[in-house]
Design a protein around this ligand. Sequence first.
Ligand SMILES: [Zn+2]
Length: 466
Amino acid sequence: MTFRTVVVGAGLFLLLTVGLSGAQAAPAPNQMPATVTVPQEAQPGPDFNAEAATNAYLAQIPSAATARSNAYFEGGYWLILWDFLYGVAISLLLLNLRWSGKMRDWAERITHFKFLQTMLYWGQYLVLTYVLGFPLAVYEGFFREHQYGLATQTFGAWMGDEGKAILLNVLLGGIAIAILFAIVRRLQKTWWLWGAVASLVIMVFGILIGPVFVQPIFNTPKKLNDPKITTPILSLARANGIPVHDIYEIDASKQTNRMSANVSGFANTMRITLNDNLIRRGSPEEIQAVMGHEMGHYVLNHIPNSIQFFLIVIVTMFALLRWALAWALARWGEKWQISGMGDPAILPLVTLVASLFFFTLTPVMNTFIRTQEHEADMYGVNASRQPDGMAQAAIHLGEYRKMSPTPMEEFIFFDHPSGRNRIYRAMQWKGENSQLFAQATISAMPGMPGPMPMPGQAATEKTVKN
Ligand SMILES: [Zn+2]
């Protein structure tokens, strides 16, 4: 079988699948309760107990829904392994059948400019690996999401988004890869260090342009003008020193039932975005708790901190690449028809080493992110003072996350604290701040002093100053 017949064959398979799936069944509805109420055990009072309140919240989830989200999330553990092994197999195929060398040869015949050669190689590499990886990607990204009632797109619409993503990747990814290979060719001794720095700069550039230029290609943000939702959020933003004037809504329901929100941009592009699933399904308390969490990410500088962390990760990865690529080229370079580090035909080998690196690093990456998410949770409940809203959000997010994992499972696989932990932290906060909830009664009594200063406020101000 030649390289070309495989591409053509896989392309036909792709078209056939698109044609066959015109009539998609309606997605299964979500299984979690649409409105979550505060259970008796979580009501403020002298007998309030965080553990009992947490269990009462968890008991609101129907057992069938728990089984379903556990199955979905645990399936995700295996997908990490299958994605890794499948990717390794594709890389080995491209190297051992010398398809990578052939793609490089073709690019060299088209143009003499090294930069363009690398971009042309990248375009072929991307399309070929997409086609080869399609069976697993379509299961993971489309069929499985529908099976669990999380996706809302027809196959055609999903493929449309995939097509847009590939085009973007061919173009923007191509420029990035060509820059990196130019560095490798020019700096033969120190490329791994400068390559790491350049990767980081490219990543930061991506974070900056993403919300403004990339997101609108897939979804349409529009200004949210419902004062019932915007007034408390803008008030929360002002109270936390966040210079934002506009709140946007994004039509995420086009693709998914998942709820989310974010604070993005800087200076003039600073904005808060809520997705329409959150607005449609969340209670006002829940929306405020979620917004407090997102503001926490912003105020606690989680993006700059992640960039610093990622610099360490990426330098380590490039150091590994320098050693591993040299080692593999000395053994199989000739067989794979790769002329050296600066030859784009080396890319499948780079992918293989990088995926091995990140596969091994799964618990480390997850723990770094989960720690930040925990910080944002604590900031959010202090800022919003909506522990019950936070518990409700944790239950809604439990549609696709296991609520009560073992500590080891949480350490390895969770990039957010588990639902049980998030509810427990919120209930603990509620217990420690019981005076907030009894306040209305106290200040209404004659002869009592006015409202007490809110403990949440003090904590928030302290954090903002950092
Ligand atoms: Zn978060």
